[in-house]
Design a protein around this ligand. Structure first.
Ligand code: NDP
Length: 294
């Protein structure tokens, strides 16, 4: 049995529980020409080879082109992956969600999604979106549904709605330099057994916060542990809290060496002394903060 950190999505009335490695793969900015199509496909395949099974995409990313990259990476190996896509809030209506999902499935070259997320809270009543998710699930198009960019009050309201308690995950921005969700959202999700999918776990390679990958104390701490700064950030993001692994990180990497480094971060363990040191450099939230998002 592997000691690599894993996160479990709870069983639902329709699906057994599923356990996933705590690091997956993001795809934002794929399909936009920053790397070639072949490089991006081969990076995602490399990730699957190394057990980074959750692939996170969205109809939004490159207006569907990122889903096509994922589709090419999945050819002949769909069953190895746990495919997550997201619906635009304005497409999350009773009928529009059916069409949006069909379009995503077509671009991905698959007939089902493992997880379908509402990309962020929008103007369509949540009951309508829940009904659409239920219909998609009954039609076999999605296995589970979840949400993204929901703060704790949104989550409370969601699970009170009929069907809302089946929400499998909430995907939010989380990295060592942005810890606002630790004040109330992550404790609430832990208590309700709803995993967090952490996006921008590398602060977009330092673009969101310039010192994230080159802060001297972070660099020194990573070197001490024989890790790269990015690996340290990932190991920190997926660390167990109160003995529980409830956070899964989805770094995006188009470079295969980055993918391999990210996969190797699953083997890193951070002791209490290291966690305390990181806390002193990048402190946790001491009051409720507005949900960080990009
Ligand atoms: P990340 O924090 O994942 O950073 C990505 C950047 O980090 C890329 O430039 C990448 O380079 C670089 N990188 C990856 N691995 C390493 C490494 N080991 N060492 C050094 N640099 C590395 O930012 P994202 O914004 O991409 O977030 C991750 C994913 O989360 C997205 O791709 C998307 O799937 C999801 N997301 C969801 C959102 C939502 O609203 N639900 C919002 C934003 C993101 P390179 O590509 O060159 O390898």
């Amino acid at each position: 049995m592997s000691n690599r950190p894993e996160v479990t999505l709870a069983a639902t009335a329709h699906e057994p529980a599923v356990t996933l490695p705590a690091i997956g793969q993001g795809t934002w900015f794929m399909g936009e020409g920053y790397a070639t199509h072949e490089e991006e496909v081969s990076a995602l395949k490399e990730g699957l080879d190394h057990g980074l099974t959750l692939i996170d995409t969205a109809e939004m990313y490159a207006e569907g082109q990122a889903e096509r990259v994922v589709g090419d990476a999945l050819k002949g190996r769909r069953d190895e992956a746990f495919v997550t896509s997201k619906v635009y809030p304005w497409n999350a209506g009773r009928d529009t969600a059916m069409k949006a999902c069909e379009d995503s499935l077509q671009r991905l070259g698959t007939d089902y999604l493992d997880l379908y997320l509402l990309h962020w809270p929008g103007g369509i009543p949540i009951d309508e979106t829940l009904e659409a998710f239920e219909r998609l699930r009954d039609a076999g198009k999605i296995r589970r549904f979840g949400v993204s960019n929901f703060d704790v009050e949104d989550m409370r309201a969601l699970i009170d709605r009929p069907g809302g308690e089946a929400c499998a995950a909430n995907e939010v921005l989380y990295h060592l330099g942005s810890r606002g969700i630790e004040y109330s959202l992550t404790p609430w999700q832990r208590a309700h057994d709803i995993p967090v999918i952490a996006y921008c776990p590398l602060a977009q390679g330092g673009r969101l916060r310039r010192d994230m990958l080159d802060h001297p104390d972070l660099v020194a701490t990573a070197a001490e542990l024989d890790l790269t700064p990015a690996q340290l950030l990932l190991a920190w993001t997926i660390r167990p809290v109160e003995g529980q692994h409830n956070i899964l990180a989805v770094p995006k990497a188009a470079q295969r060496q980055h993918v391999r480094d990210n996969a190797a971060a699953l083997n890193a363990t951070l002791g209490d002394d290291i966690l305390a040191r990181l806390n002193s450099i990048f402190p946790t939230a001491v009051a409720k903060e507005r949900l960080d998002m990009v």
